[in-house]
Design a binder for this molecule. Structure first.
Ligand SMILES: O=C(O)/C=C(\CC(=O)C(=O)O)C(=O)O
Length: 297
């Protein structure tokens, strides 16, 4: 990607203060860092060239929104070089952990180094607009190797390939977390074809979790107040309450044409998890079980 290209700003300059206050210890379990590029250059294969959105900005947003911890997910613009993600974790005083994207040829020593740096999962990305290829056989090899580290697989795909992916998903030997519920069409409602297919996946294994994230992406281009998202997703949170995670998705890669207000995203939480018990599971208990299990005693 050429350095002369304009760098994209996909995040809100001054997000509102949410009306909703998350419980103490709340985890933003899906966010990213971009660069800073001078220290952590983007991948030559990156499909977008964002502005710098480093750990200081992420932690300022965390505090502004009333959260305590972050799970930093390696974004495709950094390819398989996880240095920017590791830098974010290292700067967090123990308040961040991460999910890496790895070259399938990665050595055991490098996996150990990632573990030491706070990585607890690998992400397999199937979005053609973001990655050149997604080799299922090699991904399965990686999944078998990370099982021994106690890691999980985070997987990103869109609803139209769910059925095609089923044999691959069935073969993954670790816990699986599906990004953004596999991007269902939320305008179909809670009982629409996409949600039904996604529930069938969740019902196929107890160890498939999901992130109930990204009303902005799932209701693009309509935008807030994201009523379709709330209507489609609230029943899912109620029915699978021990295996759901929530995150801001900051700095919202590729959302430059519909940049969400992070405060408004936080205010979606009580609409999809209306009780204190559901909120505690979604924001604290569930992410702590996956990313800081040693602190649960
Ligand atoms: O941030 C997300 O969750 C979604 C992304 C970006 C992404 O995943 C990446 O760059 O790796 C998207 O849909 O463009």
């Amino acid at each position: 990607m050429s350095e002369t290209q304009d760098r994209i700003i996909s995040w809100h300059a001054s997000p509102s203060k949410p009306a909703y206050t998350p419980p103490p210890g709340a985890v933003d379990a899906h966010c990213h860092v971009f660069g800073p590029m001078a220290e952590f250059p983007f991948s030559a294969k990156a499909k977008y060239l964002p502005g710098d959105a480093g750990p200081d900005m992420l932690f300022a947003l965390r505090d502004h929104l009333g959260f305590s911890r972050n799970v930093i997910v390696q974004a495709s613009c950094h390819g398989t070089d996880n240095a920017a993600t590791l830098n974010g974790i290292a700067k967090s005083n123990g308040k961040a952990r991460g999910v890496a994207v790895v070259d399938p040829a990665i050595s055991d020593a490098e996996l150990e180094r990632l573990h030491e740096g706070g990585i607890r999962g690998v992400r397999f990305n199937f979005l053609k607009r973001l990655v050149d290829d997604a080799p299922k056989d090699k991904f399965l090899e990686v999944a078998r190797r990370i099982k021994g580290l106690g890691w999980h697989v985070v997987i990103y795909f869109e609803a139209d390939i769910l059925e095609e992916l089923r044999p691959f998903l069935d073969a993954i030997p670790t816990l699986i977390v599906v990004d953004h519920m596999g991007r269902p069409d939320v305008t179909q409602g809670p009982d629409g074809a996409d949600m039904k297919a996604f529930r069938a996946l969740l019902d196929s294994r107890e160890d498939i979790w999901t992130k109930v994230t990204c009303p902005d992406r799932l209701e693009e281009p309509k935008g807030p107040p994201w009523d379709d998202f709330a209507r489609a997703v609230a029943p899912l949170v109620a029915d699978y309450q021990d295996r759901v995670l929530w995150g801001t998705d900051w700095p919202h890669p590729n959302m430059q044409n519909a940049i969400p207000d992070d405060g408004a995203l936080v205010d979606m939480i009580p609409r999809i998890a209306p009780t204190a018990e559901l909120q505690q599971k979604l924001l604290v208990t569930n992410p702590m079980r996956l990313y800081w299990p040693e602190e649960l005693g």
